[in-house]
Design a protein. Structure first.
Ligand SMILES: [Zn+2]
Length: 438
């Protein structure tokens, strides 16, 4: 397939970054959060060489290779870059807020991935509404200052009953028979999707729900092709039946009622299953809007402020109740030892809302350390990105430098002073300046 001009440019820049970062760099003095839940290394030192972490230790105990540049990070905190396992990147035009059937383009998808990177997210997974071959092309040509992309390609549901917006409905496979289900999985396997996405939801009684016979055919065929299946769910009863049917990943938490003992027992019988909670927004704070404003033009920020001011108390209470239910379920599943991986389900709020999700996960009762593990080590593990998820020897040098310690207050993940992806520092000031221009 034809490689568009800008993809070729991205590829050249990526190649340049590989050759340009050959000189080793010694980072000294930061508090280092490794990403595995261990106690942070105070006054750390680590060496980045050939875009990888070559040494990690305490300052004074790490020997810098000859010719190394030194970067003094005294007073700062370093943590691994985040990984978002559930997104819908590429659709919304973030400069204008436009979203329609034609707004999904390669240029816009790359714009989203650069915004994710700006906020410290090294990789994202797109969950089932990628049109044509665009996502496969972008996945194959990483851009140096953008997040890596994984994709489920086109997800599956009953006809016209999948994703939440009408413009997305034609993207999904509409399954009617088990033969349809198996043929769709084979088509995706030929495209080398990273996973298969299904929607198992009746959208509050408005659309037919994917039947167990159909999703079992999807799961069986996917497993034959060594692919995992992620299910959008809403109801506890569906979560149970999917667990019995061999599901691999829940792309949402359980949203209709509290998780019960039977569900916990089913999770324990299926210990490799992942849950991506992507909690609903508890509220939008001034701090959230300030963070979004780093990458949005003033008119878009004003729309956010107006939308926030227009929320009536009844809707605010409903939103809080919806959040509280899912927060209880997240806390219960996490305490039961279920694998939790960070995800945002973002489509129109890109990058900044990852930090809102971290805040919401801590508000649900998880510790900042647990949430950081869910958003780094665990999320990388779910996406099988072995090179990400930790600042440790051999890993890709993808990390954030923060002005304050997120173990003290999770909101400190927002206080980003530098982002490094694949060994190279992003020019965040230039990115920001281009995005906020009116
Ligand atoms: Zn989603």
């Amino acid at each position: 397939m034809r490689t568009p001009q800008f993809l070729a440019r991205g590829f050249l820049l990526a190649a340049f970054s590989l050759s340009g970062a050959a000189q080793p760099v010694l980072f000294e003095g930061a508090r280092l959060i490794v990403g595995d839940g261990s106690a942070p290394v105070e006054n750390s030192a680590f060496v980045v060489e050939n875009n990888r972490i070559a040494q990690v230790g305490r300052k004074g105990q790490v020997t810098a290779p000859a010719g190394a540049t030194r970067v003094d990070l005294t007073g700062k905190t370093v943590m691994p870059a985040l990984v978002d396992t559930h997104t819908h990147v590429g659709w919304a035009v973030l400069r204008t807020g436009a979203i329609d059937k034609d707004t999904y383009t390669a240029e816009n998808l790359i714009d989203h991935l650069r915004r994710e990177a700006y906020y410290g997210i090294a990789a994202v997974q797109s969950m089932g509404i990628d049109r044509g071959d665009i996502a496969y092309d972008v996945r194959a040509h990483p851009v140096f200052d953008a997040a890596l992309l994984h994709t489920a390609g086109r997800g599956m549901a009953m006809p016209n009953a999948g994703p939440g917006r009408s413009i997305w409905a034609p993207i999904a496979y509409g399954l009617q028979t088990e033969a349809d289900a198996r043929a769709a999985v084979r088509e995706l396997a030929a495209k080398k999707v990273d996973l298969v996405k299904i929607w198992v939801d009746d959208r509050n009684g408005t659309v037919p729900k994917l039947t167990p016979a159909l999703y079992r055919a999807v799961i069986d065929e996917a497993h034959k092709h060594n692919l995992r299946v992620a299910a959008h769910i809403f109801y506890l009863a569906d979560a149970k039946e999917l667990l019995r049917s061999g599901i691999d990943i829940f792309a949402h938490g359980i949203r209709d009622r509290d998780v019960d003992d039977e569900a916990i027992a089913l999770f324990k019988q299926h210990p490799n299953v992942w849950v991506i909670p992507n909690l609903p927004d508890r509220e939008t704070t001034d701090a959230d809007i300030r963070l979004a404003a780093e990458t949005l033009p003033p008119a878009e920020v004003q729309k956010m402020r107006s939308a926030r001011a227009a929320v009536n108390p009844d809707d605010a209470k409903k939103a809080r109740d919806f959040y509280n239910l899912q927060a209880r379920n997240l806390a219960k599943l996490s305490a039961a030892g279920v694998h939790i991986a960070f995800g945002t389900d973002s489509s129109t709020a890109v990058g900044w809302n990852g930090h809102q999700e971290l805040t919401d996960m801590v508000a649900a009762g998880l510790t900042p350390s647990q949430v950081i593990v869910d958003a780094t080590k665990n999320a990388a593990e779910l996406m099988k990105l072995d090179q990400l998820g930790a600042v440790a020897i051999g890993k890709s040098a993808d990390f954030l430098v923060l002005d304050a310690n997120p173990l003290d207050n999770i909101n400190n993940t927002r206080r980003i002073t530098r982002v490094y992806l694949r060994g190279r520092e992003l020019d965040r000031a230039a990115m920001r300046a281009a995005w906020v221009k009116p």
